[in-house]
Design a protein around this ligand. Structure first.
Ligand code: 8X3
Length: 219
């Protein structure tokens, strides 16, 4: 498919950034969404493709809607949506977790992903062209101790992807869930352990995790 414009959420680091870099090499114009404007601008300056930056929390529905409904003309017809913004918070057993962590994961991994998809889907269907790629996780299929709501959000991503496919049957649109296992060289574990570098490092001790570039290769 000859896609021209892609939105990448969570584009400031890790898998989202690696996917943005990979799409830029395919001469796709990019709309990069993440909270950290400085990181997005650094990436924008590095990429050899037109980039439009949206520095915004994906859970801010009003801001996201306004930004995506008022795009410069060359970015307006979006063909590809990479739903990469997502996070894990904590690894405690369910009864010991902080409710706020669960709410944040549900808001980002499920609600924001659904909201942005809901915003962009009608245009894709109207043009009968597009690919939505959701970044899920093996945690959505295989439970582990302390995975609780994080795993459940990724199960949502898997099932949402499958149900979108059912709705889009007969159109030229494609929907894919990429479900990596452990991915190193990203902020995933630093975020999960709230800046505890030692805990974050231990996660990958004695094994060779995937890299963000490995995941980007399959996107
Ligand atoms: C990332 C994989 O195993 O750390 O989603 O949950 S895992």
């Amino acid at each position: 498919m000859n896609y021209k414009v892609a939105v990448v959420t969570g584009a400031s680091s890790g898998i989202g950034k690696a996917i943005a870099e990979s799409l830029a090499k395919q001469n796709i114009r990019l709309i990069l969404v993440a909270r950290r404007q400085d990181k997005l601008e650094q990436l924008q300056n590095k990429l050899q493709t037109p980039v439009h930056v949206i520095a915004c929390d994906v859970t801010d529905k009003e801001k996201i809607k306004a930004a995506l409904n008022n795009l410069p003309a060359e970015f307006a017809n979006i063909d590809v949506l990479i739903n990469c913004a997502g996070l894990a918070l904590g690894l405690e057993d369910a009864q010991e977790t902080d409710w706020q962590d669960w709410e944040t994961m549900l808001n980002v991994n499920c609600l924001a992903l659904s909201y942005i998809t809901h915003l962009l889907l009608p245009g894709m269907v109207e043009r009968n062209q597009g690919h939505i790629i959701n970044i899920g996780s093996t945690a959505g299929t295989y439970p582990y101790k302390g995975g609780n709501v994080y795993g459940a959000t990724k199960a949502f991503v898997e099932q949402f992807t499958l149900n979108l496919k059912a709705d889009l049957l007969g159109t030229a649109l494609r929907v894919t869930n990429i479900a990596p296992g452990m991915v190193g060289e990203s902020e995933f574990s630093q975020v999960r352990f709230k800046g505890d570098e030692e805990k974050a490092r231990k996660v990958y001790e004695g094994l060779k995790p995937l890299t963000p570039a490995d995941v980007a290769e399959s996107a």
